[in-house]
Design a protein around this ligand. Structure first.
Ligand code: C2E
Ligand code: MG
Ligand code: MG
Length: 625
């Protein structure tokens, strides 16, 4: 095909040339030769032109075919694509592929064509979409962006979108390709929720708080008016958990979270920080405004909670710090709010306190003490002292009270009044109490083995131990190990156990069955009523030392002590007067027929060797008769 014209040109040229030689004319031969050659060349040129034109048509035909083929291929690709493809001019949709129709829940593409893309984009995403579209039209590569789309039926789906500008009908349009990532997004959201929300209360958790605080702190200083952090801790929550079980405690925490949620305003945010700790961020640092919130919270907790048909009261202690005054970073702000909360606890609980700079020292001391206390048992830093209890009629030692001491490696001797409350709060009192009990009864057994008169050893039991589910077993085991007769063990329990009278009665009866002697310590300061006492298997009342201290100058104290002694006698209970410091107190007590006494007047708490010395001397305190 290609050289068709040129071939025919050459053939005709040669034909003319030979024709001329066949009929030669000598004169004109040279001239004719030239003419014939030129004519031949002309024919060849014509032939090549013909070839060229022919080739051009051929090529065009081929290209057109190719174009059609590729257009078909692309149309198929777009139409059958598992990605949603939308072409829009500004925001007006001018083309959608079938997958878009399906993805947006439309019945046909007519339902979408001509509409605005914003009809299908969640309002929260409108602004950023406008911004991105502008960039696309400027020819910028925006990469993949995330969109929240609304289907025809209102359902929300998520898509990853890439967009670029192209020409269509001689106009600039945007082609957007959307990949449905709803499933991935849902699992992402779920994971996100799990990471940033507390499973029990569904409140934002500690990580969420960190994130929020970081965001708030990143804002330029002049763009917000500061904020406050309210640290809320429930008072005696551990006790509820230990008494009624963790399931009960969890239900209470859920109700507390709900109640807190119902109290705070929209712009305030609440987080569960840990066990029974909650944090509220308040967009204000004005003391009056924030204090009002705290007062509101405290007020709401006056109402009881109903858990499994049981009425429970719980109170919060609240500490507040504010930004920027009390800290420039989240750690400091939380730490200071926490310190203020601790201060609120120390000041009697169920109150709120603002952070002040001098709080930190107190808090640090306490934190350090708590850390040291955890190690004290392993490091053998505890020891027991023993304070004699005297029979006021015979003057003889009838027992000793075991009192714990902590020899701190750095701080020296620490009184139980300082560390027992911390041990109770942290639950450390359970292992420490176990050690006290074992040491005390082993000591008593040792004295008996050495041949000293048999004494009853009084051991203080804190409420927290009393509520421990292994308490009775621990006691039985220790008694078995020591081989000490239980009648020589006196358990001192405070009146606070009466608050849970049902459970306490069961437990006290169990202890009584073991054969232990049971005392109520610090009697008169709590709330036990006579009628309650009557039903409890109690052996002894220890009158609180504050009444003994006041005996001399306070008639009321005398009346109370006398009533307790008379009541004891009626109920056939022993009565011990604690804190006898002088002769006047002793003689008064004897006059009103108190049976037993204990106090510095006789002895301070002594070491085991000093007790042995006393027992050896067989001292009688009859001289006080
Ligand atoms: P408590 O059980 O009422 O013990 C009596 C406290 O009064 C002891 O203080 C004792 O040393 C002190 N005391 C004795 N006679 C007098 C006196 O004449 N005047 C004055 N002012 N005080 C006197 P201690 O040893 O500092 O213990 C304080 C509290 O710490 C105890 O009060 C008890 O509640 C607790 N505690 C002490 N040892 C233990 C223990 O081993 N376990 C538990 N759970 N608590 C303990
Ligand atoms: Mg005691
Ligand atoms: Mg006492």
């Amino acid at each position: 095909m290609f050289y068709f014209g040129r071939v025919w040109g050459i053939i005709i040229g040669f034909a003319l040339f030979f024709f001329h030689f066949y009929y030669p004319n000598q004169k004109t031969i040279a001239y004719n030769l030239l003419i014939i050659a030129l004519f031949g060349l002309f024919i060849v040129w014509l032939g090549s032109r013909y070839d060229k034109a022919n080739n051009e048509v051929d090529r065009r035909l081929k290209t057109e075919n190719k174009l059609k083929e590729s257009e078909d291929r692309y149309r198929n690709l777009v139409e059958l694509s598992p990605l949603a493809i939308i072409v829009h001019q500004l925001d007006k949709i001018i083309y959608v592929n079938p997958f878009t129709v399906k993805s947006l829940g439309a019945s046909s593409n007519e339902e979408l064509l001509g509409k605005s893309i914003y009809d299908f984009i969640h309002i929260d995403y409108h602004e950023r979409t406008k911004h991105r579209l502008k960039e696309v039209l400027e020819g910028k590569d925006i990469g993949l962006t995330e969109q929240m789309l609304i289907k025809i039926n209102g359902e929300v789906i998520y898509a990853e979108v890439s967009a670029f500008v192209m020409t269509y009908s001689e106009q600039n349009v945007v082609l957007s390709v959307l990949n449905d990532i709803t499933d991935r997004k849902k699992s992402e959201n779920k994971i996100n929720h799990m990471a940033y929300y507390d499973a029990l209360t569904n409140l934002p958790n500690r990580y969420n708080l960190d994130k929020c605080l970081l965001e708030a702190l990143e804002l330029p200083k002049d763009s917000h008016r500061g904020f406050s952090i309210m640290f809320i801790d429930l008072d005696r929550f551990k006790m509820i958990n230990d008494t009624f079980g963790h399931g009960f405690g969890d239900l209470l925490l859920q109700q507390v979270a709900e109640r807190l949620h119902s109290i705070i305003k929209k712009e305030e945010r609440i987080f569960r920080y840990g066990g029974d700790e909650f944090i509220i961020i308040i967009e204000s640092m004005k003391q009056e405004e924030v204090s009002q919130v705290a007062i509101r919270i405290l007020g709401e907790f006056n109402e009881s909670f109903n858990i499994n048909n049981r009425e429970v009261f719980i109170t919060p202690s609240i500490g507040i710090s504010s930004y920027p005054e009390d800290g420039a970073d989240k750690e400091t702000l939380i730490k200071n709010a926490d310190a203020a909360m601790y201060f609120a606890k120390e000041k009697g609980r169920n109150i709120f306190k603002w952070y002040t700079s001098n709080l930190n020292n107190t808090f640090l001391e306490k934190m350090n003490l708590e850390n040291d206390l955890r190690k004290a048992l392993d490091n053998d830093e505890f020891y027991l002292t023993y304070q004699p209890q005297i029979d006021l009629s015979s003057g003889k030692i009838i027992g000793v009270e075991a009192l714990i001491r902590w020899q701190h490696p750095r701080l020296g001797l620490i009184s139980p009044a300082s560390f027992i409350p911390i041990a109770e709060e942290t639950g450390l009192i359970v292992p420490i109490g176990k050690w006290i009990f074992k040491t005390a009864i082993n000591q008593n057994k040792e004295w008996q083995k050495k041949g000293y008169p048999h004494l009853r050893i009084a051991i203080n039991i804190s409420v927290r131990q009393f509520q421990d589910s292994h308490f009775v077993d621990t006691i039985i085991q220790a008694l078995e190990d020591s081989q000490l007769d239980p009648q020589y063990v006196d358990l001192e329990i405070t009146e606070s156990v009466m608050q849970n009278i049902k459970e306490s009665t069961v437990l006290l009866k169990q202890l009584k069955r073991i054969g232990l002697y049971l005392s109520i310590d610090d009697f008169g300061t709590g709330y036990s009523s006579l009628s309650l006492l009557r039903n409890l298997p109690i052996d002894n009342l220890k009158i609180d030392q504050s009444f003994i201290y006041d005996l001399m100058n306070n008639v009321q104290a005398l009346a109370i002590v006398k009533t307790i002694i008379d009541m004891g006698r009626n109920l056939e209970l022993d009565v011990v007067a604690e804190g006898i410091e002088n002769e006047h107190q002793l003689s008064t007590l004897k006059k009103i027929k108190c049976t037993y006494g204990q106090g510095y007047y006789f002895n301070k708490p002594l070491s085991k060797e000093e007790i042995e010395q006393l027992l050896m001397e067989n001292i009688s305190y009859l001289m006080y008769k």
